[in-house]
Design a protein around this ligand. Structure first.
Ligand SMILES: NC(=O)c1ccc[n+]([C@@H]2O[C@H](COP(=O)([O-])OP(=O)(O)OC[C@H]3O[C@@H](n4cnc5c(N)ncnc54)[C@H](O)[C@@H]3O)[C@@H](O)[C@H]2O)c1
Length: 337
């Protein structure tokens, strides 16, 4: 039996991870420390909230006193909590600096004081900057960091801090830099759920600039499996690059696929003013984790996309609550009487 402290467990990837872990390792205890920002939705975990092995703590990872008390007796920290949306970081970088950098520092300090057995830090491929379109280049563990938005700069900074705690204090850390995730419970401000839910609402889908931006896409369950393997067999101090099976699909093609699968009209696509400093292309070389730990993504992109579309169609109440802000009332009703 292990005790995990999962930060940001009420967000998109964190809640998928908790559901994955509790199914796979019944008997392990999970503490979910989440501030419930606009992106945190405890409804994602409503089906396990009465499980005695699950405990939810509403709080900020920047709160040193709280973190020190919550981390007592914890074996493994899996650190998802972050401000995660590039557009928001352009509008207001302050919470990104606070949570992503200072919050990570507070957790590292507490982990060091409490001799946790593993601190796993969830990071992004965006720390590596951008690659040119029409090139074969991919991010590798040797690619120099070149973050270009306040979001990616704050994540890059947190990665450096995590590595420094390993080198300086011997904290047993691992890091994963992952590409774009998609799947159930993703906040509908991100490309794929925004497109699906807008089409369901008969609204247009906004596409930045010329739409020729390329991302690497990974189904969230594959990401959870990668984290599981890294925790089980990963080498302490190591960074693992995690990515999907897509080969350079521009955003506009992804939107067109969604339109087709949902039987809608392409005239719903609306090109809008580009994001400042928009990174052209990300591509990730995940052969390292494949060679070392035997991980590879299990989900074909087309199938996983269709599955994700079905999930949003079958869980209309969930995303309508999120879009309307109603979901915030859930916490108040559920946890504050
Ligand atoms: N979504 C992706 O495609 C992607 C890809 C690679 C890496 N990542 C990384 O994975 C992690 C999770 O991403 P996500 O998409 O699930 O994000 P998300 O925005 O859906 O969830 C973030 C969670 O963190 C919580 N949180 C924010 N600030 C907090 C604070 N100060 N204290 C405690 N909790 C706080 C929020 O309430 C929310 O529940 C992030 O670190 C992100 O950088 C995401």
């Amino acid at each position: 039996m292990r005790t995990l402290l999962v930060t940001g467990g009420s967000g998109f990837i964190g809640s998928n991870f908790i559901l994955y872990w509790m199914t796979r390792y019944p008997g392990d205890k999970i503490i979910n420390l989440d501030k419930l920002t606009y992106a945190g939705n405890p409804e994602n975990l409503s089906r396990i909230e009465d499980n005695p092995d699950y405990r939810f703590v509403k709080g900020d990872i920047c709160d040193g006193k709280l973190v020190s008390s919550v981390i007592e007796g914890v074996d493994i920290v899996v650190h998802f909590a972050a401000e995660s949306h590039v557009d928001r970081s352009i509008l207001d970088p302050a919470p990104f600096i606070k949570t992503n950098i200072e919050g990570t520092y507070v957790l590292l300090e507490a982990a060091r004081q409490n001799n946790v057995k593993r601190f796993h830090h969830i990071s992004t491929d965006e720390v590596f900057g951008a690659l040119p379109l029409d090139s074969e280049l991919k991010f590798t563990p040797d690619t120099p960091y070149d973050p270009r938005s306040p979001y990616s700069a704050s994540k890059a900074s947190s990665d450096h801090l995590v590595r420094s705690y390993h080198t300086t204090y011997g904290l047993p850390v691992t890091i994963s830099n992952c590409s774009n995730n998609f799947g159930p419970y993703q906040f509908p401000e991100k490309l794929i759920p925004l497109a699906i839910t807008n089409l369901m609402e008969d609204k247009n889908i906004p596409v930045y600039g010329d739409g020729l931006y390329v991302r690497d896409w990974l189904y969230v369950e594959d990401h959870c499996q990668a984290i599981d393997l890294i925790l089980e067999k990963g080498r302490v101090g190591e960074t693992y690059l995690v990515g999907g099976l897509t080969e350079d699909i521009p955003n506009i093609e992804i939107i067109k696929k969604i339109v087709r699968v949902m039987g809608k009209d392409e005239n719903r696509i609306e090109f809008v003013k580009d994001r400042p400093g928009h990174d052209r292309r990300y591509a990730i070389d995940w052969s390292g984790i494949n060679r070392e730990l035997g991980w590879k993504p299990e989900h074909d992109f087309e199938e996983a996309l269709a599955k994700t579309i079905r999930w949003y169609q079958e869980n209309e109440g969930w995303w309508r609550n999120v879009k309307s802000g109603e979901y915030q009332k859930y916490y108040q009703k559920q946890y504050q009487g």
